[in-house]
Design a protein around this ligand. Structure first.
Ligand code: GRF
Length: 207
């Protein structure tokens, strides 16, 4: 399965996918990595692995929609079957969703529907929940609202701060992402409303 990964930062989720993809039995080829900003470690990781990269910056475009269309065009060159947003800190819009809605996954460091947005671990800590985690979902027009593919729970410890909690979440988040993307490549995925299961409904893995 041809996969494009989008990143904004460290790219440890990307690295986990790169490492898993080294085994042909995993079933995934990362055909390109894109970012919304220059100088990310994620792009460095991709280049080190010999994967084509691109950067599409919002500030280089007159409107958000133009940026979204440019991002979509940069992705389309690589003819992906699946897009993975792995720490990609921008919301995608209408041009992107028209092209890739239903075949784009995002990973979020909280248990949806709790604590959507850019501060999942901090918001969970501030609320005082005892269990949080990570959610992999099919991207829609909302903020972390899409149909849930997979979730994993992480206990909050008494002495956690935002960094320690997020780092523990990221350990299980990476494993969940690797397992789920591999299963989608090998088995397909079926989305019925909000209900998602692994396994294709027909011979087209992502239809
Ligand atoms: C992940 O926890 C992701 O869910 C969140 O930002 C983190 C990205 O980590 N949006 P990395 O860049 O993959 O290391």
């Amino acid at each position: 399965m041809r996969v494009v990964v989008l990143v904004s930062g460290t790219g440890s989720n990307l690295q986990a996918l790169i490492d898993a993809s080294a085994d042909p039995a995993y079933g995934v080829e990362i055909v390109a990595v894109g970012a919304d900003r220059e100088g990310t470690l994620g792009i460095v990781r991709a280049e080190a692995a010999g994967i084509p990269t691109f950067v599409t910056r919002l500030r280089d475009h007159a409107t958000r929609e133009e940026w979204d269309a440019a991002l979509t065009a940069a992705i389309a060159v690589h003819e992906p079957e699946l897009i993975v947003l792995a720490g990609f800190m921008k919301l995608v819009g209408e041009p992107f969703l028209t092209a890739y809605g239903g075949r784009t996954l995002n990973t979020h460091p909280a248990l949806s529907p709790s604590f959507p947005g850019a501060h999942g671990p901090a918001d969970a800590l501030a609320y005082g929940v005892k269990v949080t985690g990570a959610t992999l979902f099919v991207v829609d027009a909302g903020v972390d609202t899409g149909a849930i593919v997979s979730q994993v729970a992480v206990p909050v410890e008494d002495d956690d701060d935002v960094v320690s909690l997020h780092e523990r979440i990221k350990v299980v988040e990476r494993a969940m992402l690797v397992e789920s993307v591999g299963r989608i490549a090998r088995e397909g995925i079926t989305v019925s409303g909000r209900r998602v299961r692994f396994g294709a409904s027909d011979s087209h893995a992502l239809d």
